[in-house]
Design a protein around this ligand. Sequence first.
Ligand SMILES: C[S@@+](CC[C@H](N)C(=O)[O-])C[C@H]1O[C@@H](n2cnc3c(N)ncnc32)[C@H](O)[C@@H]1O
Length: 278
Amino acid sequence: MSDDNKDQRDFWTDGGGLNWLAYEADLDASFAEIDQHLIAAGQPAGDMQVMDLGCGTGRTTRRIAQALGAGGSVTGVDISSSLLDAARAEGGTGISYLEADAQDYAFGDGAFDLILSRFGSMFFADPVAGLANLRRSLVPGGKMVLACWRRGKENPWFLVPLKAAITHFGPVGEIDPTAPGPTAFGDENRVLGLLEQAGFAEAGVEVLDLSLRYPRGIEDFIALQFKIGSMTRLIAEHEPDDAAKDRAAQMIAEAFADSSSADQVLIPARINLFTAVA
Ligand SMILES: C[S@@+](CC[C@H](N)C(=O)[O-])C[C@H]1O[C@@H](n2cnc3c(N)ncnc32)[C@H](O)[C@@H]1O
C-alpha cells in the first residue's frame, strides 16, 4: 500500500478537515439536493452492496441506506478516522464504515454492485490508479456515480471568497486546477479521459445547475468561508490583519446581497455528475 495520500489523510483527520466536521450539518444542508441526483442516477435498491466513497460523516451514506431493502448494505469508505467517528456515532441499519485509502485499498474484486460519491472522489494523488481500484471493486457491469464540483471559476462558492482574499490579502501563487482538491474534477473532458484510462466503459457526465441553500445568514456563511475552502490558503500565506479581513468579508456580503436573507444564502452551483460502468 502506498502512502500517496498521506497529506489528504492528515488534512481530513486532524487538519482543516476538523473545520468540515464543525460545520458538517450546515454543509450537508447546503449539499443535500445533490444526494437526490446521486441516488436518482445510481438507483440503490433491494439487496445491493453499495460503497459511499469519501463518506465523511455519513450523511449521504444514511440516505443511501434508506433506499435499500432487506439484504442490502452500504459501506461508507473514508480516509479520515475523525469523520468516521462522527459517522459511526449516528449508527443506522445496513450501514458499516471502513477507514481506508480508496486509491489502493484491497476491497476485493466485485465486492460492490454500485459506488456513489458526493464530493469524495477528487482527492487521489494518482486519480487513474484510484479510479481503477474502484472499478475492480465493482461487479462487472456495476455502476459508479460521482458528484464533483465543476471548475472554481464556475462556482461562486469558491470564486467569490477567492476574489475577496486576493483583493484584500494579497496575490495567490500558481494554482494547479488538477491538484487533489474540491475542484480537481471540474474539467469534465479530463475526467472522462481518466475514467476511460481506468478501464471504465460508458463514461458520461450530466452538468447540474443548482441553487445551493446555505441554511444560515450571510455572516455565518462568511465565517465558514474563513475556515473552509479557497480563502484559507491566502489567510495562511498573507496573515491579514482584522481590517483586511473585514474588507474581504464586506466584499463577500456584497456579492451575495441579492441572494441572502437572515436565515439563508442561495449560491448558484455547477456540478459534474459522472457515471461510468465497470
Ligand atoms: C469534501 S469531503 C465530502 C464528505 C462527504 N461525502 C459529504 O459530502 O459530506 C471529502 C471526503 O473525502 C475523503 N477522502 C479524501 N481522500 C480519500 C481517499 N484517498 N480515500 C477515501 N476517502 C478520502 C475525506 O476524508 C473527506 O471525508
